[in-house]
Write a protein that binds this ligand. Sequence first.
Ligand code: PLP
Length: 409
Amino acid sequence: MSSVILRCLGRQARHIKQSAGKRRYRVSSEGSVQPSSVSVKTVDLRSDTVTQPGPAMRRAMAEAEVGDDGYGEDPSVNKLQELAAHLFGMEASLFVPSGTMSNLISVMTHCRERGEEIIVGDQAHLHVYEQGGSAQCAGVHARSVRNNPDGTFDLDEVESKIQHYFPDSHYPRTRLICVENTHNITGGRVLPHSFLKELRALADRYGLAVHMDGARLMNAAVAMRVQPSEILQYADSVSMCLSKGLGAPVGSLLGGTKPFVEKAVRARNVLGGGMRQVGILAAAGIVAITDMVERLQDDHRNAKAFAQALLQTKEPLYMVDVEAVETNIVVFKMLNPHVSPDEFCWRMKGVTVEEAEVIGQGVRVLMQPHYDNSVRAVWHLNVSEEDTRLAIHKMAYVTEQFNQETSRL
Ligand SMILES: Cc1ncc(COP(=O)(O)O)c(C=O)c1O
């Protein structure tokens, strides 16, 4: 087999030179090799938001009973909200278009006056990736505390950041503490019961509410082998996404007390999130929370297998804490300073002829450069055990290429 020298000059240099035959294969912006004789399998690990609804979910959507949800008359929405409230062990829940809107509605509902304040982890989705919506749309100030690598934060720091001098007119009024479970940026970490329990006690001491961004709450429940309501006994409100590992095309559920949800309906409306015959989407949500939960453990197992494989390459190239892979997200770093996360992801995505010969087929693996110079890979319902095996082969192949290249530097 001819040797292939793969030289990548950043994102611009997108070609592969096959030295023996002097043939050149151009890699397109999608990373595919031409000519198209090579069969290419794509394994999409960018996020668990990329899932496609399966036949049962599509059937449920097609057959959904609907009504005008503005009047509370959509039977599918009503059923979903009841099911979710029961799942959460809370009085009521509200179907909303997205996790971002759900978090914002929660902040708006807990913090009723401008100049109120939330305390939130500095690596929380709500703080990092939601455009500062609390400030921008709700007039609520965010005070951040440093997230630990396991997604928790130091409760003494939280206590020190509560505004003790309110109502002195210089200070905002602390109203809400926000946690994220599982914690995305730190790699799908599950918040321990002990942390949540202590947090609850602290919040109660100061009369504060606790909101849980549980976009991946069900991953946490499956990993801990508990009912979600057991986790949520420590929270006043929760936001759970249907459109991540649970595989629905859209939607989140915001849970809380009845008065909380009544107020949340108003906040949803002012944000333009009121919907009409939305039972078509709620029907997908019902399938998501009834049929798609058990299978999350497959994602957790596949994610763990990939993390373990990262440490089994011939030359060590990756840094990952396998024990910290508790759910469907793997976050890892490069040990080799010559290999950037961008470059790694680009190589995983590109397909070479030689690779197809080595692995048996072309494998395009999509991952994303992530927070703090790391790479993130996320498992979900459209990534099977076999896909994971292919992703591992591809990673081993790319590692070998890197090692050959950097040994020549
Ligand atoms: C932890 C967390 N919270 C909230 C969201 C926002 O959800 P959405 O994309 O539905 O707005 C995400 C999305 O990735 C998330 O990971």
